[in-house]
Write a protein that binds this ligand. Structure first.
Ligand code: AMP
Ligand code: MG
Length: 356
């Protein structure tokens, strides 16, 4: 699979070229409003296998299938609960993925051997044009190497996929920056399996009973069967060891300034805009304080930047754990391997405890 990978602009000619490659069973990097996706024909098992190969993704980690109109849904699924119809009406196109019982038409390769299929209708105009030009749904996981931070620019995709895929369509920076909210839906309730741009309170405007799965904020033991297989994998991680410091701005600064190892060059603080001068080590911001959307937008690019800087240890400021902040915290927890230090009010950290 040694390709000469090129990044091209999203003009009509290149969109048609992408559609031709996808129709021929190839894999193409495409922009979406969440993160860049590694797309292939959801109905073609050989094309799907190429996605897993390019990413180095475990075979049992299912893919999300992307559609550009509701007309594509019935062929993918066995049934559509009324709740899902209401949610689709309100939040599609957009960063919401719903899980349905899958039809015979969807190969097991796409769903990681599950009898369910995850479906989303992206809002990104280029993603929609590509799906439309194909005329079939596209399975597309995030376009990073398995385990790495998700890509939010075409250059990030090239970094991970150079030589592995023929084409990347450049749609600029992704607006949201973290992956979609994934939910399972039944007639009377919704369960959030992965938080994202569609928040719990947004879902509650449509469905009264919204639960958050235990795996969103807690480490899942390897032998436990999970409702969303992606939750059990190490994810989004830069090469550095990341430790989340949960506490106030001042407590964060005091902890970092008192605990920086002597080789400070390799230790970085990952914090919010305007806080760089509070710490005595090199620092990088991932967004504005109290602004989950801005943090979501910046998080993965900052994690990739830390790799470029050769960071070995990173102390990260903890996001707020509600709204889009819940999605940011969920990703940062996985980047940190669940390593969180809680800084208490008197500024004495509690034992270095894994959030389990
Ligand atoms: P990614 O494509 O990298 O954003 O990952 C997609 C994630 O969606 C997977 O890791 C799963 O956690 C989740 N997912 C996809 N399909 C299903 C499904 N059929 N049932 C439960 N979770 C799913
Ligand atoms: Mg992913």
């Amino acid at each position: 699979m040694a390709f000469h990978t090129i990044i091209v602009p999203p003009d009509t000619e290149q969109i048609n070229h992408a559609a031709a490659l996808l129709s021929a069973g190839e894999v193409v990097g495409i922009p979406t409003e969440t993160v860049y996706g590694l797309a292939a024909d959801a109905y073609n098992p050989d094309a799907i296998k190429k996605i897993f190969l390019a990413k180095g993704r475990p075979q049992d980690n299912p893919l999300i299938v992307h559609i550009d109109s509701l007309d594509m849904l019935p062929e993918l699924v066995l049934s559509i609960p009324d709740t899902a119809k209401r949610l689709a009406e309100k939040f599609w196109p957009g960063p919401l993925t719903m899980i349905f019982p899958k039809s015979e038409r969807v190969p097991m390769e796409t769903t990681g051997n599950l009898n369910t299929v995850a479906v989303r209708m992206p809002s990104h105009p280029i993603a929609r044009q590509i799906i439309h030009a194909c005329g079939f749904p596209l399975a597309a996981p995030s376009a990073n190497l398995s385990g790495s931070p998700s890509p939010t620019t075409a250059e990030h995709v090239l970094n991970d996929m150079n030589g592995r895929i023929p084409l990347i369509i450049n749609g600029g920076e992704c607006e949201i920056g973290v992956e979609s909210t994934v939910i399972s839906v039944s007639e009377d309730r919704v369960r959030v399996l992965r938080p994202g741009g569609i928040t719990v309170s947004m879902l509650r405007t449509c469905v009264e009973n919204v639960e958050i799965d235990n795996g969103v904020l807690h480490m899942i033991a390897n032998d436990v069967k999970v409702s969303s297989p992606g939750m059990k994998y190490k994810h989004y991680a830069p090469k550095a060891k990341v430790i989340i410091l949960d506490g106030s701005r001042q407590a964060f600064a005091d902890y970092v300034n008192n605990h920086s190892p002597s080789n400070v060059q390799d230790t970085y603080a990952l914090l919010f805009d305007g806080e760089e001068n509070l710490v005595s080590i090199p620092a990088l911001s991932y967004g504005a304080v109290h602004d989950g959307l801005s943090q979501a937008h910046g998080l993965f690019a900052s994690l990739r930047k830390l790799d470029e800087l050769n960071a070995k240890l990173v102390y990260a400021r903890c996001p707020e754990k509600d709204g889009v902040g819940l999605a940011v915290y969920n990703r940062l927890l996985r980047a940190a391997g669940f390593d969180v230090i809680t800084l208490d009010k008197t500024n004495a950290p509690s034992e270095n405890k894994k959030e389990e």
